[in-house]
Design a protein around this ligand. Structure first.
Ligand code: C5P
Length: 234
């Protein structure tokens, strides 16, 4: 296989449940994402164990604080040996630049650093209540530009936003897109979903996929199917 484009969201409540699931997966076929729930329950030791098993780990903790605090949190994350880290772009360019600078200490194994733009749970009326008088798409666009300016590697965005950002920020800017579903998958709480092949065609670099794999009768089979769809997209 050429490149691992699928990041499985390990949205599990405990280390034991997550490790049982991981025992079914081959790190050659996917990367994994550890978010706030699992990290809070299982801690940095668990992250180290997953890295030791050979998985590329996206530590999805969405740091948002003053520049010094975020830079130090990013440095602590890098020490765990993770592949990718994220921060909130709304924390500001100085915060993002200092976070990026903290990773210069890891020249041989620098994790990728990306930013969350606008949470997909925020709609235009929520933004207006925060005195942000533009559409979520316009705000995503602006925050992605600031992320690029701060020297980060990419952003998390919806596949719908990918074509514009890809055109504007170039081929090397990483676009990580959740909300991926095949036609046979339950949408669950995702509102606007895009198929894996379609998302890649729209400019996504990596696809974050949770329940279509984690809740599948055979996660291995579901992942194989998704990887075939990715291969067909090339
Ligand atoms: O199970 P599902 O495929 O919907 O999981 C998607 C993953 O991507 C979850 O971990 C979710 O928190 C994350 N995510 C998302 N939408 C965003 C940002 C992150 O679904 N805008």
């Amino acid at each position: 296989m050429t490149e691992k484009r699928i990041i499985i969201a390990l949205d599990f409540p405990t280390a034991d449940i997550a490790e049982l699931f991981l025992s079914k997966l081959d790190p050659a076929n996917c990367r994994v994402k550890i978010g706030k729930e699992l990290f809070t329950a299982a801690g940095p030791e668990f992250v180290r164990r997953v890295v030791e098993k050979g998985f590329d780990v996206f530590l999805d903790l969405k740091f948002h604080d003053i520049p010094n605090t975020v830079a130090r949190a990013v440095r602590a994350s890098a020490k765990l040996g993770v592949w990718m880290i994220n921060v909130h772009a709304s924390g500001g360019v100085t915060m993002m630049s200092e976070a990026r600078a903290a990773l210069e200490e890891f020249p041989s194994n620098r994790p990728l650093l990306i930013a969350v733009t606008v949470l997909t749970s925020l709609n235009e009326s929520e933004l207006t209540r925060q005195n942000v008088y533009c559409s979520p798409a316009e705000q995503v666009d602006r925050l992605a530009e600031l992320t690029f300016e701060a020297g980060l590697d990419g952003v998390v965005c919806s596949a719908a936003e990918a074509p514009l950002l890809r055109g504007k920020l170039g081929d090397d800017f990483i676009l990580v897109t959740p909300g991926i579903r095949r036609t046979q998958d339950a949408k669950s709480d995702q509102k606007r979903v895009v198929g894996p092949t379609e998302a890649l065609a729209m400019g996504s670099t990596y696809l974050v996929i949770g329940r279509p794999v984690t809740r599948a009768a055979s996660p291995v089979h579901a992942l194989e199917e998704l990887n075939s769809a990715v291969a067909r997209a090339h």
